[in-house]
Design a binder for this molecule. Structure first.
Ligand code: PLP
Length: 401
């Protein structure tokens, strides 16, 4: 499962043996993100997708400033979901024209900041549209607007569904035509549509179907738009494999489908930029989480490694970030990389809760206190998606290597 090399029994991360990297970082636990792997993933994606498709990074997946700075140079834009993320994106040097801001519940202060910055606002409701118009008129600066549409279909087999049916995200597709008439009357600068149907999908056919339906829906809605559509964001949802039996997403059919869409768009929506926005897929596999074994104990025949990190730094790996069934992320003893995995081991963190579980009954090499436990597939929804204050342990450090 891992893309990281092994040398002298040790995982190698950013050119350093893991124990050396741990010494360089100065503490465990830490997250390490590999620049080379981030760049390689984007190059691979660019090669598989038609040139006409713009690639955005949704920084919610990993908002570490240095990482966002690295990504900003490689993608065509950044998507933010709060004013805090907007600040990170602007600090990273991303031009405001290439930033879009989606998210239900944008506060007035956030709308002011976005209008002042000149970024594209993906509007999520009729009320938000009216508040935005009022703010834009009061400030005297034009607001750039796209409507986020809650589609009338779902992204099938998604880890998390975010469109179709009743949803807090976006404007129901059937309500969009009336609202488009209002956009013109309110004096807002309309630019296009944003559709985002779901997350963590490993089935190319499901993504292809959602992208095709999104495009068709956008074509119907474009007829009611006050001005020609300039931006059509078709969402993302590309997943990565976490668990045994899961395999990498097949990009070929997605690329072929997007090429067809791009060709149709050139005729039907001339001048419109086609965007996809990805978080997890771009960064998830480039990151690891590393913690150190504090204690090894055997309880009624079961081996436990008790570590200095766990759920409070890495909620997703503990299975408590929206997962229905808990499954083990890929785990390795990073300083015993070549040793046979002959000991059934349960890896836990230091918290006083049975939820603080990082690997349950997994075959691993025989490990000892001081060893380094590595959790792969940790570059997305890790540090920033975890309750780091829970129980008052030190926060994890994050490094880009
Ligand atoms: C969360 C989110 C993303 C990123 O989703 P991934 O599954 O990480 O690719 C993209 N766009 C929007 C609107 C989101 O809410």
């Amino acid at each position: 499962m891992t893309q990281f090399p092994v040398e002298d029994c040790e995982l190698v991360v950013g050119g350093l043996h893991l124990s050396r990297l741990a010494a360089r970082v100065g503490q465990t636990p830490f997250y390490a993100y590999d620049r080379g792997l981030l760049s390689a993933r984007i190059a691979e994606l660019r090669a598989a997708l038609p040139e006409a498709i713009q690639l955005h990074y949704a920084i919610k997946a990993n908002p570490m400033p240095a990482l966002v700075g690295h990504m900003a140079k490689l993608v065509d834009g950044l998507d933010v979901a709060s004013a805090g993320e907007l600040r990170v994106a602007l600090d990273a040097g991303c031009p405001p024209g290439e930033i879009s801001f989606a998210g239900p519940g944008k506060r007035d202060e956030e709308l002011v900041q976005a209008v002042a910055a000149g970024v594209l606002l993906n509007v999520e409701s009729a009320n938000e549209l009216r508040r935005l118009a009022e703010i834009s008129a009061r400030l005297g600066w034009p607001a750039r607007v796209a409507l986020r549409v809650n589609p009338d279909f779902e992204l099938k087999s998604s880890g998390m569904k975010m469109g179709g049916g009743p949803k807090p995200f976006g404007i129901d597709a059937e309500a969009v035509p009336n609202l488009l008439a209002e956009v013109g009357r309110l004096g807002l600068a309309f630019e296009g549509f944003h559709l985002f149907a779901g997350s963590q999908n490993l089935r190319a056919e499901a993504i292809v179907e959602a992208q095709r339906k999104s495009f068709e829906l956008a074509l119907r809605l474009a007829d009611a738009a006050p001005v020609p559509v300039r931006v059509l964001n078709l969402g993302g949802g590309f997943g990565i494999p976490y668990f045994p039996g899961e395999t990498h997403l097949d990009l070929a059919p997605i690329g072929a489908n997007l090429a067809e869409i791009a060709q149709a768009a050139a005729g039907r929506l001339p001048g419109a930029a086609l965007v996809i926005e990805l978080g997890r897929y771009l960064v998830g596999e480039a990151g690891i989480y590393v913690c150190r074994v504090i204690d090894r104990k055997v309880s009624r025949g079961q081996v436990f490694l008790v570590c200095d990190g766990g759920l409070h730094h890495h909620l997703s790996a503990s299975g408590n970030f929206g997962q229905v069934l808990r499954k083990n992320y890929p785990v390795m003893i990073g300083n015993r990389a070549d040793a046979p995995a002959d000991t059934v081991t349960t890896v836990v963190g230091p918290l006083c809760t049975p939820l603080d579980l990082m690997a349950e009954r997994m075959p691993l090499p025989e490990a000892q206190p001081g060893d380094l436990v590595v959790i792969f597939q940790s570059g997305a929804y890790g540090a920033s998606a975890s309750p780091q204050a829970f129980l008052g342990h030190p926060a994890a450090v994050e490094v880009l290597v």
